[in-house]
Design a protein. Structure first.
Length: 303
């Protein structure tokens, strides 16, 4: 399944701005029956990068030739996939402290036409609701209660209503639209909202594909030591509070020693890498081995 999913197939699309006669001439040759000649045309179009996508989309809308449509879809897929890899590489090396940007890049794999500004606007609305209930006199636990009330009671974010392995529950835009997502998706959303309000919430990745959050005691933070974790928050249980002992119990059940690494917050880069890992697993389990390999390659951009 290609990344690009054309919408409104039967409605004529507006012509892209800034026409490039040479690019349009190349696109008109995409129905070339000779495979070698077609390959040369395709490679020249690919060299235009993202600039070519609106013209290719317009050409897709203008034909009912299934072979031509498939060729156009494949070229768009390759251009967008290559750009996403470059953007992930850039984020991982220069802006990897920005969890929201990383989550948007991950979501872009499936939803290339996602409106990032609309997503940010929806997040801002939820943040505002939390902000209105917070004040500096609240304790850490009281602030968590506010977060939980707004996220789980007012905005009704929840796990999928049935057991499922559908990839869509990983993506940010789908989470905001449906209010349903896997625990890791809801946990990342929770973390994003808390951090946007300067609350000391950080991501923890546990064995067994579990994502929880740590609330840090930044009042006792030492320049030479990481902040102490006051308690942990479980997105799978509507923000339920638990302690280190519960994590120790989980590790013992999995026959793992309670190494300190399991209790430390992880950087956004590792969270986004885990999302890609889970997506790859879900795609492979559903028989989409080729797409799973694509995801595995995208993960290398985060190294």
């Amino acid at each position: 399944m290609p990344i690009f999913v054309p919408e409104n197939i039967y409605r004529p699309m507006d012509q892209p701005q800034g026409k490039d006669p040479q690019l349009q001439a190349l696109i008109s040759l995409l129905d070339e029956p000779d495979q070698q000649a077609f390959t040369q045309v395709r490679d020249r179009i690919f060299a235009y990068g993202s600039q070519a996508v609106p013209f290719l989309e317009s050409a897709w809308e203008s034909t009912f030739d299934s072979l031509l449509q498939k060729r156009i879809e494949d070229i768009i897929h390759s251009i967008q996939y290559n750009q996403l890899y470059l953007d992930l590489t850039n984020w991982a090396h220069f802006r990897n402290d920005n969890l929201l940007e990383g989550y948007l890049l991950f979501t872009r794999y499936q939803y290339q036409n996602m409106d990032a500004e609309e997503v940010k606007s929806q997040l801002h609305d939820i943040r505002r609701d939390i902000w209105l209930e917070l004040n500096s006199s609240l304790t850490a636990l009281e602030k968590v209660k506010v977060l939980n009330h707004i996220i789980f009671d007012l905005h009704k974010f929840q796990l999928p209503s049935r057991q499922t392995t559908e990839p869509r529950y990983l993506f940010l835009n789908n989470l905001l639209e449906t209010r349903s997502g896997y625990a890791i998706s809801i946990g990342i959303l929770y973390t994003l909202l808390a951090q946007s309000l300067d609350l000391p919430v950080r991501s923890i990745l546990l064995p067994g594909e579990r994502f929880v959050m740590a609330w840090l005691d930044e009042t006792e933070k030492s320049p030479d030591e990481p902040a102490r974790v006051m308690f942990y928050i479980n997105p799978e249980n509507k923000g339920g509070i638990f302690t280190r002992n519960e994590i120790v119990t989980l590790l013992r059940r999995l026959k793992l020693s309670p190494d300190d690494m399991f209790f430390r917050p992880v950087a956004p880069r590792f969270v986004i890498s885990k999302l890609f890992e889970l997506l790859s697993y879900l795609l492979a389990a559903s028989g989409e081995a080729e797409r799973a390999r694509e995801i595995d390659h995208l993960r290398t951009a985060l190294i």
